[in-house]
Design a protein around this ligand. Structure first.
Ligand code: PLP
Length: 412
């Protein structure tokens, strides 16, 4: 950081301020986390200087002896941790990982069946404005209106009616367990391939706090920076029979040179995720989310699906006559950082939706537990009761900062 400050004081100052913000606020965005100092060290290493198009033992440029060892280690650790037959650790992030799978397994115009964005799915699962929505014939399932659980009867009905080549399951805003085995059975019945996108829950799966799709899905994609707590990146796990198609989809299909510094940091994160401490972390993330959800509900707040089984909570603030943006802004004023999010059957626009999405991965990485969750819920309920009360926000912000001082953020 001294070298950076000497060359570019403006950027150095902005990073220092961002470090301070990340220390002093409660990071509740459920897709965010704190990468460890070890992961950060690998990310900031000399491996960023090397070009390595191709795969270990089959590269286009010289000088790959050590890079090959790094990538092989990352692959071995990914396969061991998740019990996968094959892993590709080169995707630049979760979105390119999904795109590489489509490219490797599908033809343009093929039919995909996936969870719709407003019901918790991800843009890259075929939403209209994205490349996946434009190049493929997409049908989407949703959650039931009464209990907000994925409607497996609808999945089966749509699968039989449209005979998709690929069924996609996995979500960005779904607080419940995903029944991967039920998806696999429907896929088998209609002759579809199954892709499970575990971007959000990979750390929970690795730590045994959510069922794994790896035994039943043809392909599993994930980011490496959410609950898995690695660097920003992506990863694809698959059955051996799909290995060639998947690798070809990533390179040369979609990407050029892999980000070797990220590959090294993914290897480090996978090493950390294989420890008993990480298993305990994954279970604590879920326990903290449950305690937080229960306490929020006890304040009369409306939780999509009534609660959570994973790391994520979706609040519906529409019955209070509020929008998600208004609430998210008020919470940020109190040092509690969340994001506005659509809720199922939302009547408001996506840019100013009815929900607020939050989760416990990052605050659990700081070592917070049930006592802190209850305090947090009480603060949140107070802020939401009157989002215009800026004096309360300022008072709460000071209390939040005092709490944060007792729970150092890893990696900073
Ligand atoms: C976050 C996410 C992605 C995309 O990851 P990026 O790294 O942001 O490209 C893909 N799928 C799901 C389900 C996600 O939650």
């Amino acid at each position: 950081m001294d070298a950076l400050a000497a060359v570019d004081p403006q950027i150095a100052a902005l990073i220092a301020q961002e470090d301070a913000r990340q220390r002093a606020t409660l990071r509740l965005i459920p897709s965010e986390n704190y990468a460890s100092a070890a992961v950060m060290a690998a990310t900031g290493s000399s491996l960023t200087n090397k070009y390595s198009e191709g795969y270990a033992g089959r590269r286009y440029y010289q000088g790959q002896g050590l890079i090959d060892q790094v990538e092989r280690l990352a692959i071995e650790r990914a396969c061991a941790l998740f019990g996968a037959e094959h892993a590709n650790v080169q995707p630049y992030s979760g979105s390119p990982a999904n795109l590489a799978v489509y490219l490797g397994l599908l033809q343009p115009g093929d039919t995909i069946l996936s969870l719709s964005l407003p019901h918790g799915g991800h843009l890259t699962h075929g939403w209209k404005v994205t490349i996946s929505g434009r190049f493929f014939n997409v049908f989407q399932y949703g959650v039931r209106p009464d209990d907000h659980r994925i409607d497996m009867d609808e999945v089966a009905r749509l699968a039989r009616a449209h005979r998709p080549r690929l069924i996609v399951c996995g979500a960005s805003a779904y607080p419940r367990i995903i029944d991967f085995a039920a998806f696999a059975e429907i896929a088998r019945e209609v002759g579809a391939l199954l892709l499970a996108d575990i971007a959000h829950i990979a750390g929970l799966v690795a730590g045994g706090a959510h069922p794994s799709p790896v035994p039943v899905a043809d392909v599993v994609t994930t980011t490496t920076h959410k609950t898995l707590r690695g660097p920003r990146g992506g990863m694809i796990l698959c059955k051996a029979e799909h290995a060639k198609a998947i690798d070809g989809g990533v390179f040369p299909g979609l990407q050029g040179g892999p980000h070797n510094h990220t590959t090294a940091a993914i290897a480090v994160a996978l090493h950390e995720a294989a420890t008993p401490a990480f298993r305990a972390y994954a279970h604590q993330v879920v326990e903290n989310a449950r305690v937080l959800a229960d306490r929020l509900a006890s304040h009369g707040l409306d939780l999509v699906s009534g609660g959570t089984d994973n790391h994520l909570i979706l609040l519906d603030v529409s019955k209070k006559g509020l929008s998600g943006k208004v609430v998210a802004r008020a919470l940020e004023g109190a040092g509690i950082v969340t994001n506005a999010n659509s809720v199922p059957f939302d009547t408001r626009k996506p840019f100013d939706p009815s929900g607020v999405r939050l989760g416990t991965p990052a605050i659990t990485s700081r070592g917070m537990g049930p006592d802190e969750m209850r305090r947090l819920a009480d603060w949140m309920a107070g802020i939401i009761a009157d989002p215009t009360d800026t004096a309360l926000q300022a008072r709460t912000c000071a209390e939040v900062e005092a709490l944060c001082a007792h729970f150092p953020a890893p990696g900073l």
